[in-house]
Design a binder for this molecule. Sequence first.
Ligand code: AMP
Length: 284
Amino acid sequence: MKTISDIIEMQQHCMALRTAGRRIAFVPTMGYLHEGHLSLLHEGRRRGDILVLSIFVNPAQFGAGEDLDSYPRNLERDEALARSAGVDLLFFPQAGAIYPPGFSTYLSVEGRLTETLEGACRPGHFRGVATVVAKLFNIVQPHLALFGRKDFQQLAMLEQMVRDGNYPVEIVAMPIVREADGLAMSSRNVYLAASERTQALALVACLRQAARLVAAGETDAARIIAQARAQLLSKPDLKIDYLKICHRQTLQEMAVVDDNSVMLLAVKIGKTRLIDNHILNEEV
Ligand code: AMP
């Protein structure tokens, strides 16, 4: 495995591989790797000839007062995990190289997909994500890029960006990887104190309850949401940012649940913000 920080070196390396006919699979991350990231890497390894991982804690997607400075980082550990997952190239750029002085070209996906849910809670977040992913695509020039359904709205936005912008990249959506007790894996889980970690199980519990209600024939979104809300609010340190049932493609809110319904939620537990989601006709 080769670690590259320099943008031009990375771009030239990838261009040479592409010209030589190698199929490049790309997994962009912010590092502090866990099993969720590794599942993307394993699938990328299977589908591509060359597996590229990027680790970049992207300042442009963090708002003022968010956890940019405290975001967990451990390059040495990540390098070891990446090597054992079969990564060929690890791209680890510095923020000052991605956003040099005078940088002023941002990319925004407009409309409902980015205005609702995370977009409403974190102004500018998706603009930061779209900008960095577009830049990474230009640098890495991947044939395919893998993203987790954990960040459901991000994935929907990036699919839109690739369609609208004619990026020659296949987007591969991967299932949410959970801890044994159901908590969705996240680099941010390390922030949770023991009692908060226990309370965080309410997220998966309320998604499972919603899926059970739907399996039993309930279609009234308001009733499903009311039950989920009650379950979340039974935890003393948990505050709901949003809890909605939306159409999986448009993210339009739905009053009546059908096969296209996804429940999405964001909560704060103490200082930690967690997101999770579930497609309601699937088992959790
Ligand atoms: P991050 O490092 O949090 O920016 O995540 C990098 C990629 O890993 C994104 O495509 C995420 O959706 C994906 N990812 C993060 N957590 C999980 C998880 N628990 N299961 C599946 N994919 C995940």
